[in-house]
Design a protein around this ligand. Structure first.
Ligand SMILES: [Zn+2]
Ligand SMILES: [Zn+2]
Length: 199
């Protein structure tokens, strides 16, 4: 079974659900610093959040000077994936909203399909294909070959969580090199995550 992430405008602005763009979430009353890029030190851009069996996985990526900060690399410091508990959440605002968020938000419905892999599920999707935003769990469909990252706590290949498309509208899409695809991985034991993209 393939679980497609499909854009659904009726599911916007829900704290504990999968969505792309808009504002990230944090635990209520917890002081959290907005993630910064290791290379240019600017605030990263919030990309989206994925609800999983171990919490809410938030994705940030530097978009300050696209292509210059190794933002495609799981280890380069140009992106960051964070896992938080799904309880007691509130929205979380950056200091520099222009740089750090994409205002257009996409809510998500999970569509379970009986295809053998992600590519055929996407191909066979009967609605608008641009509304297919990726897949949850399953197997990654690599563009450039397997780059499964290793976990820093267990030194083992991480679990594949989600594959993401850039989004339905080119003006507000995530920037994975233009037509690229992103991949999110996690470690259930350490509750850590890594993110990368290929194009
Ligand atoms: Zn940067
Ligand atoms: Zn681990």
């Amino acid at each position: 079974m393939i679980r497609l992430l499909v854009a659904d405008n009726s599911k916007k602005s829900i704290l504990e659900e999968t969505s792309f763009g808009g504002l990230p979430v944090k635990e209520i009353d917890k002081i959290v610093e907005w993630p910064k890029c290791r290379t240019c030190e600017a605030e990263m851009q919030y990309q989206g959040k994925i609800k999983t069996d171990i919490g809410i996985e938030l994705i940030f990526m530097c978009n300050n000077d696209p292509g210059m900060c190794d933002d495609w690399d799981a280890e380069g410091g140009g992106n960051k994936a964070i896992i938080i508990d799904e309880k007691n959440l509130e929205f979380f605002k950056p200091t520099d909203a222009k740089l750090s968020i994409r205002e257009t938000e996409y809510g998500v419905t999970i569509a379970e399909t009986e295809n053998v892999d992600y590519d055929s599920a996407r191909e066979n999707w009967e609605g608008n294909k641009r509304d297919v935003l990726g897949q949850l769990y399953g197997e990654p469909s690599w563009i450039q070959g397997d780059e499964t990252p290793e976990c820093d706590c267990c030194n083992k290949p991480m679990r594949f969580v989600a594959q993401l498309e850039e989004g339905p509208d080119h003006r507000t899409a995530m920037n994975f090199g233009g037509g690229g695809v992103a991949y999110l991985f996690d470690c259930i034991k350490g509750k850590t995550a890594k993110f990368l993209w290929q194009s």
